[in-house]
Design a protein around this ligand. Structure first.
Ligand code: GLV
Length: 320
């Protein structure tokens, strides 16, 4: 009997077809509707490999159902949706898709930063809705990006790629990270600072840290209070790193100037999330790595990792 793979979303057949020759591939039928938990548990019970997406909660219940499960490969660089402790305990390998998405995610980050600073979504909406009645001297005026100070929280591969882009905009680059990046500091002049200093000095604060117990709620009322009232917050990491209620208050009261959010504490973001009522918030549906080439590249990494594990080889990009 061929080993069984369960894929939690409908994925590109070009990537999946080669797997079908060697494995019994079962795939959830929808690209956009999440597989219900009871279906997931049932499928995992029969699977040797699970190919998940970041919207799936691969928790204890799911992992414990996998009587012969050897690997979970996640279509994301983040893996906070997977209970790593249980995976480790059960001897289940977990892999992710770093590297291939670095530049694409940095592009989106910088795009969101520019769009938020220059109010592009608001301005676009005015044109489309027929409300562009006159050129106005102070209409849609925003914040300058060129020459401003950028503060990056979480200086991994994507952080460095964002910082390289920022250099082209003559920005001063501050960063805060668990560890110093001496090489990048020497080569590019990035400055390591404590988190509070970064928040006080940056015109643009960009969150790129992984979501862990240490970063959950990292940016709350106190931290937002340290930021300039002209500052812009960009979150492209995970929604739970920012206290959304505190962010709403800070934006509403003018404690900070604007926010660009690609991620939310609950995704898809509920329609009644108060942040969606504010004009100074630019929102996106978690699309950091969403270029055609990158998403296919990520899928190729998952397919390879699953193949490696099922054929007894050590996979690349192993998390546990
Ligand atoms: C996206 O958020 C990812 O983790 O790849």
């Amino acid at each position: 009997m061929k080993p069984r793979i369960f894929i939690t979303r409908k994925l590109d057949e070009g990537v999946i077809a080669p797997l079908r020759e060697k494995f019994d591939v079962r795939m959830w039928e929808s690209e956009s509707v999440k597989v219900p938990c009871e279906v997931l548990v049932k499928e995992v019970a029969e699977a040797d490999a699970l190919w998940s997406v970041l919207a799936d909660s691969i928790d204890r219940e799911v992992l414990m159902a996998g009587a012969k499960l050897k690997v979970v490969s996640n279509l994301a660089v983040g893996f906070n949706n997977i209970d790593l402790e249980v995976a480790k305990e059960q001897g289940i390998i977990v892999t992710n898709t770093p590297g291939v998405l670095t530049e694409t995610t940095a592009d989106l980050t910088f795009g969101l930063l520019l769009a938020t600073a220059r109010r592009l979504m608001e301005a676009e909406h005015t044109v489309r809705s027929g409300n562009w009645t006159s050129w106005s001297p102070m209409g849609y005026t925003g914040m300058d990006v060129g020459g401003a100070t950028l503060g990056i929280i979480g200086m991994g591969r994507i952080g460095e790629a964002v910082a390289r882009r920022a250099k082209g905009f003559d920005m001063r680059i501050l960063y805060h990270n668990r560890s110093r990046k001496m090489e990048a500091e020497a080569e590019h002049g990035f400055e390591y600072v404590e988190l509070d200093t970064l928040l006080e000095e940056a015109d643009f604060v960009v969150i790129l840290a992984p979501y862990t117990p240490a970063t959950a709620g990292l940016i709350g009322a106190r931290e937002l209070g340290l930021m300039k009232n002209t500052a812009v917050l960009i979150n492209v990491a995970r929604g739970g790193i920012v206290d959304e209620a505190a962010l709403y208050e800070a934006l509403k009261n003018g404690d900070i100037w604007a926010a660009g959010l690609d991620v939310f504490a609950t995704e898809p973001v509920p329609k009644d999330n108060p942040l969606l009522t504010l004009p100074n918030v630019t929102v996106l549906p978690h699309i950091g790595s969403a270029s055609i080439a990158t998403r296919l590249g990520m899928m190729t990494l998952n397919a390879q990792a699953i193949t490696d594990v099922l054929e007894g080889r050590e996979p690349d990009n192993r998390v546990v």
